[in-house]
Design a protein around this ligand. Structure first.
Ligand code: DGT
Ligand code: MG
Ligand code: MG
Length: 297
């Protein structure tokens, strides 16, 4: 089929002749006898109005952390690399409004109204997990310097839907409570080993059946460590959100008669910011009211 296309460029008429074929490759495919195999694909669209949470977790990081000599119980290089990789995911997929991470896991929350990838669970999950994994490798050197990455790490992913704001807040509270429980245990365990001279088996026996108050007491009375004063990065994990930030920069500009002069430029832009704060109580949600959407949608 011949088609004539006229384009007017400021009075200049140019004629372009386009030869377009009456069939395309896809229409051939559509008519092929093989087309029926598409029906085997599952419809995995996430239910409307629900928050979509993708949680990823490092595969066999017990071994990975040992082989890469992670500092016990918390390695700030590893935790920093996890957060850097999560920021890369958020910058790539802007419909993620909040992400929360601790240890070798990160949870990403998509807007409940998101239409990204037609809300297909497998697309969302694989994009998040692969962007995270490649970033983890890409930024490795920034955090570990000359220490080599010995083998390619991998992360599993899952999708969970939460229909109400309460459910979503409880989900994030659950992950942060998990961070607290594990960090208190690991801090006490490794203090008993590193400062108390216990073997790992002895430390395990010592902590068997203890409550949070007992661990706080061991740290305080035997090692003069007040758990409350430990780093909030380790106690609370990392929360990433989008925030408007105002940035100021100085620029050199050339003026025809005055020569070079310096001007200050201020601009506001949305940026992923990192917080190690409590997300279980109401204060965080009141201060960042734009993260949650109305339950009446
Ligand atoms: P999985 O998830 O079933 O494939 O198995 P793992 O081994 O990844 O187990 P998981 O995810 O329950 O536990 C995370 C492991 O990662 C745990 O053994 C401690 C280790 N890990 C995470 N962050 C750090 C860190 O900052 N320092 C050290 N020393 N270890 C860490
Ligand atoms: Mg893991
Ligand atoms: Mg884990």
């Amino acid at each position: 089929m011949l088609r004539l296309l006229s384009v007017n460029f400021g009075g200049l008429i140019k004629h372009k002749t386009l030869l377009s074929l009456t069939f395309s490759t896809s229409s051939v495919m559509a008519k092929s006898k093989f087309e029926y195999v598409r029906n085997f694909e599952l419809d995995d669209k996430c239910l409307k109005n629900c928050y979509i949470v993708v949680r990823l977790d490092g595969r066999n990081f017990h071994k990975f952390s040992d082989q890469h000599n992670f500092i016990k119980p918390n390695d700030d290089r590893a935790l920093g690399l996890m957060s850097r990789s999560a920021r890369s995911v958020m910058e790539d997929l802007e419909d993620i409004t909040i992400a929360y991470g601790q240890s070798d896991e990160f949870s990403f929350v998509f807007k409940r109204s998101t239409t990204w990838f037609k809300r297909r669970a497998s697309k969302l999950m694989t994009h998040v997990t692969s962007q995270f994994s490649s970033s983890f490798v890409f930024y490795w050197k920034e955090y570990f310097g000359e220490q080599p990455l010995l083998y390619p790490p991998s992360f599993d992913g899952r999708v969970v839907l939460y229909p109400t704001n309460r459910n979503l807040k409880d989900y994030l509270s659950w992950r942060q409570a998990d961070c607290h429980i594990n960090n208190l245990y690991n801090t006490t365990f490794w203090t008993l080993v590193q400062k108390g001279g216990l073997t790992t088996t002895q430390a395990e026996e010592r902590l068997n059946g203890t409550q949070a108050a007992d661990k706080n007491e061991i740290l305080f009375s035997e090692f003069s460590i007040n758990y409350n004063n430990e780093s909030s990065f380790h106690k609370k994990g990392t929360t990433l959100i989008w925030e408007k930030v105002t940035e100021t920069a100085t620029k050199q500009i050339k003026r025809p008669d005055e020569g070079e002069s310096e001007v200050t430029v201020t601009r506001t832009r949305k940026k992923v910011t990192s917080h190690s704060c409590d997300i279980i109580g109401d204060q965080f949600w009141e201060e960042h009211a734009d993260i949650l959407e109305s339950d009446q949608c």
